[in-house]
Each structure stands twice: as structure tokens, then as C-alpha cells.
Design a binder for this molecule. Structure first.
Ligand SMILES: [Zn+2]
Length: 325
């Protein structure tokens, strides 16, 4: 895949493409950014361009080298992922042995370490020596959620490429281009990170149902809200929507965030633009702090469910918080 297939991240792209154009390639890159920000896709694009026979600032996508990368069988590309919870010293040693052989092609050898933040101290130290005296020409790409998550000594020997959290507008546009509903796409990209996770959510049959339940609930008078949520809860607990109460709570939080958006003149960012009139008319019925509190308790309940608190218990706690306003 070429750089145009990586969504957003224009700054990171420019840095890497400039390095390719001038053939000033660093020994090691640290790709730091949250899950879903496209680090892995960017690494693929960069590696492919690096191997590409055209030697340009992007891969041609057609030459033998490009095709080998696309098919995941380029002999000079090595990918290390955490073995269980961590990247272990044995994995780094194996990697070093593989890299000590002459490259198959004429050019670079490249290795990618996914989850670099999970390297054990021994693995990190072993890699460190390697980063200091790389057998050239070897290029390392380390993927991590944040620069602070790796040892400072590793950070100082790498060129930091920062990724911003997934660009939601770009994600939404990409899904709409694929023919997905705009309303569902907007909700999905606000709930999950990255294109694949968002697409998966949009494609679930229950996702549109949950969005409708949230609109129903959101429009209830707060005084009747508890009763109606209990009713919805019964509906939910009877169906397979039960498995997705975290999504329901996440969407409810976004509904309340829309209230805040309506009060702060950010209607363009609403997740429920089809309900904008109702939301704008209702938002001012409560002080903004009250919406913030309700939104936070919905998010809290969603987090508790992810931490394996029983959904019913988490919902009840949420109801109590709403009642207290
Ligand atoms: Zn090529």
C-alpha cells in the first residue's frame, strides 16, 4: 500500500516522504501514536517505498519488490510482535541473528517491532546495543502508543515520528465513500479507533438499533428518564443487545456531548446531526455542568463494563447518577 492509503497524518507522511526523496534514512524510527492512528499502515507504506525499485518518495505498487511487501513475503523485512504480553529478549536475539546475514537484495534490511512498549528490560537493553551499532544498512521501525512508553535511551537513538489520534473526519469520509450510512459512520468513528474497527461497527446489524434506542432515551424528560431507561433495559436484556451495553452507554455519552456542542456553537461536530433541532432546543434546559456530569457517568459505566462489572450493575449506578443530576 502506498502513502495515499494512509488516512490523515500529513505531518508524519511529509517527514517520511522527505526522507525517501533525499534518501536520508535514519537507522531507527519510533512511530508513536494511539491505536487506530495508522502507525502500522504507515510503516507498510514506508517500507514498501524503501524497497521499491523506482527509488521514489512513494511505492510504485507494481514492481517485484513492492509486490513482495504487499504479499508479506519480502525476505529483507522482519516483523516482531509481542509474544503473549511482552516482546522478549529471545525474540530480539533471533532478530539480530537474522539481520546479521547479508541482505537478499541489494538494499536495506528493515525490521518492525510492534508493541515496542511491551519490550522487557532485557529485550530493550539487547536492542539498544543493536541500535547503537547497527549493521548497515538496517532500518528499525518501532511502534508504540507514546514516546514515553519506551526507555529514554531507545527514544534518544530513534527519530520520533508522532501520530495524532485518528482523524475522525477523514475516517468518516472514507466510510461514506465505501457506501456506508453517514449517520452511522459518524457515530462509529466517535466510538472506536481506526478505520477497520469503525467499519466493523457500522456493519453490525444491531448498531443502527442501538442508535435508535439512544435517541429514544435521550429525548425522554429527565424526570421520566429513569423509568424509560429501565424499560429499555428490559428490552435490551431480553435481546442480544445486552452484549453491547458498553456501546449503548458510549453513544449516550455522545448524545450528551451533543448537548454541550449545541451550547458551545459546535453543531457541525454533532454525532446526532439528524436530531440537531431537538438537541438545540433542549440543551439550555440544564446548565452545561449537568450535561458534563451525565456524560461522564455514562462513560464511567461503559468503562466499568469493560472492566467486567456486570452490565446491569453498571447501568443501575449510571441511573443513580442521572437522578442526582
Ligand atoms: Zn515498486
Amino acid at each position: 500500500m502506498g502513502f495515499q492509503q494512509v488516512l490523515g497524518q500529513d505531518r508524519a507522511k511529509a517527514l517520511l516522504q522527505n526522507a525517501l526523496a533525499t534518501r536520508r534514512i535514519a537507522h531507527a524510527y519510533l512511530f508513536a501514536g494511539p491505536a487506530g492512528s495508522g502507525r502500522r499502515e504507515m510503516a507498510s507504506a514506508f517500507v514498501q517505498a524503501l524497497f521499491c525499485e523506482k527509488n521514489g518518495n512513494d511505492a510504485c505498487g507494481e514492481c517485484l519488490e513492492c509486490r513482495k511487501v504487499q504479499h508479506g513475503n519480502h525476505p529483507d523485512l522482519h516483523v516482531v510482535s509481542p509474544d503473549g504480553a511482552t516482546v522478549k529478549i529471545e525474540q530480539i536475539r533471533t532478530l539480530q541473528k537474522e539481520l546479521s546475514y547479508r541482505s537478499v537484495g541489494a538494499g536495506y534490511k528493515v525490521y518492525i517491532i510492534e508493541g515496542a512498549e511491551t519490550m522487557t528490560v532485557q529485550a530493550s537493553n539487547s536492542l539498544l546495543k543493536f541500535l547503537e551499532e547497527p549493521p548497515s544498512p538496517v532500518v528499525a521501525i518501532l511502534l508504540t502508543p507514546s514516546a514515553q512508553a519506551v526507555l529514554p535511551t531507545i527514544l534518544s537513538r530513534s527519530q520520533l515520528i508522532s501520530f495524532v489520534p485518528g482523524d475522525r473526519e477523514a475516517l468518516e469520509n472514507a466510510l461514506v465513500k465505501e457506501g456506508k450510512s453517514q449517520l452511522l459512520s459518524r457515530a462509529a468513528v466517535n466510538l472506536s479507533s481506526g478505520l477497520n474497527a469503525s467499519r466493523k461497527l457500522v456493519e453490525e446489524n444491531w448498531f443502527a438499533d442501538i442508535r435508535n434506542v439512544v435517541i429514544q432515551l435521550g429525548k425522554e424528560n429527565p424526570n421520566r428518564f429513569t423509568a424509560s431507561l429501565l424499560q429499555a433495559q428490559q428490552q435490551i436484556f431480553k435481546t442480544d443487545l445486552l452484549e453491547h451495553v458498553d456501546v449503548l452507554l458510549g453513544l449516550l455519552a455522545l448524545w450528551y456531548r451533543d448537548m454541550i456542542y449545541a451550547m458551545t456553537d459546535r453543531q457541525g461536530q454533532m454525532v446526532f446531526p439528524d436530531q440537531a433541532d431537538w438537541i438545540s432546543n433542549t440543551a439550555w434546559s440544564r446548565p452545561i455542568e449537568s450535561w458534563v456530569r451525565i456524560m461522564e457517568s455514562a462513560l464511567m459505566a461503559a468503562r466499568r463494563i469493560k472492566a467486567h462489572v456486570a452490565p446491569q450493575l453498571a447501568l443501575e449506578q449510571f441511573l443513580l447518577n442521572v437522578r442526582e443530576g
